[in-house]
Design a protein. Structure first.
Length: 325
């Protein structure tokens, strides 16, 4: 599970929920411009754009779940089980990149979605596990900047790239279905509904919010897609930083999973272990965790962008409470 949202006020913001049954030793990781990034089949990237995001670090390698680079390009990998397919064969006319390398590959080289599109035209995702104990996850990716969003989905149909006009992504089914499914909710309005039932029946709304009657509230991927898209596209927000960050967290909270509300087939609790909001223009990463709803922030521009060392920031998971007396 997971939901990602792209939002623009004065600045461009990108956020996601990470929904899992357990933590994965995640922490906020800053990768500076001169930290060498080794690719299994594509050599070493010794100089690249700096980036900041949530990752687990294995053998010095940052495995990002999502990140933003210094140019304002954002990427999030979301679960895509039963659909994701990575062929084992290499392509001689393309850069062969493993899925665990993709975020580093794109954010290290590209300053925009336009450049990412061009790079992806010559990028072939290949089935190379990070290690025997750390196999690949079935993923698809939401890639966005302040101008547009796209979705990359590798399946047995091939490596497909979709325009994403709503700036939202969840999980299964494929993105083309999610967009078609929105047509079932074209009647929703944020204001008071008009009486389309009958001209002879003088029907009057009996409360606020009836214009969105039928908006799904369950946690299935298709329902979260509809709800996140509706709320995001109808969002009204001031343009200052505090209002924008607060608004994106409100949007993410609307599709967050409460522990116990969704059980996996193994009877584990699927829950939102963290939510994040990235100001892509300023290079700031904000996050909350399931156990700590206070917002914590890391600014990449307070770090040495030209460093050769990773910076790892353990998560603040203990609940922070401001006492007023």
């Amino acid at each position: 599970m997971c939901t990602s949202i792209a939002m623009t006020t004065h600045d461009f913001y990108f956020g996601r929920t990470l929904d899992l049954e357990d933590n994965f030793d995640e922490r906020v990781v800053f990768t500076p411009r001169n930290y060498p990034i080794n690719f299994r089949k594509a050599g070493t990237l010794r100089h690249h754009y700096a980036m900041l995001g949530m990752a687990t670090v294995q053998d010095g390698y940052p495995l990002y779940a999502e990140a933003v680079n210094e140019k304002g390009l954002c990427i999030a990998g979301l679960n895509f089980p039963d659909n994701a397919y990575y062929p084992p064969e290499e392509q001689t006319d393309s850069a062969n990149i493993s899925p665990f390398e993709l975020i580093l590959w794109i954010l290290g080289k590209c300053n925009s979605v336009k450049e990412a599109r061009t790079l992806l035209e010559n990028t072939h995702l290949i089935r190379i596990h990070f290690s025997e104990t750390l196999p690949l996850s079935p993923l698809h990716w939401h890639i966005a900047d302040r101008n547009c969003s796209i979705v990359l989905e590798p399946s047995k149909r091939g490596q497909e790239l979709y325009d994403n006009p709503v700036g939202v992504m969840t999980n299964n089914p494929s993105f083309d279905f999610q967009m078609t499914n929105l047509c079932q909710y074209m009647n929703l309005v944020s204001g008071c509904p008009s009486n389309c039932f009958s001209k002879s029946a003088k029907l009057v709304p009996f409360g606020q919010g009836l214009g969105s009657f039928g908006l799904p509230g369950d946690f299935s991927p298709s329902s979260r897609f509809v709800k996140a898209a509706y709320l995001s596209l109808n969002s009204v927000c001031a343009e200052d930083e505090a209002s924008s960050v607060s608004q994106l967290f409100h949007l993410l909270n609307s599709v967050s999973m409460v522990k116990g509300s969704v059980l996996t087939p193994e009877d584990a609790c699927d829950m939102t272990i963290y939510s994040c909001c990235m100001n892509a223009d300023k290079g700031i990463y904000y996050y909350t965790t399931y156990s700590n709803c206070q917002i914590t922030a890391i600014d990449m521009h307070r770090e040495n962008l030209n460093s050769r060392c990773l910076r790892k920031f353990p998560l603040c998971t203990a609940q922070q409470i401001h006492w007023a007396n």
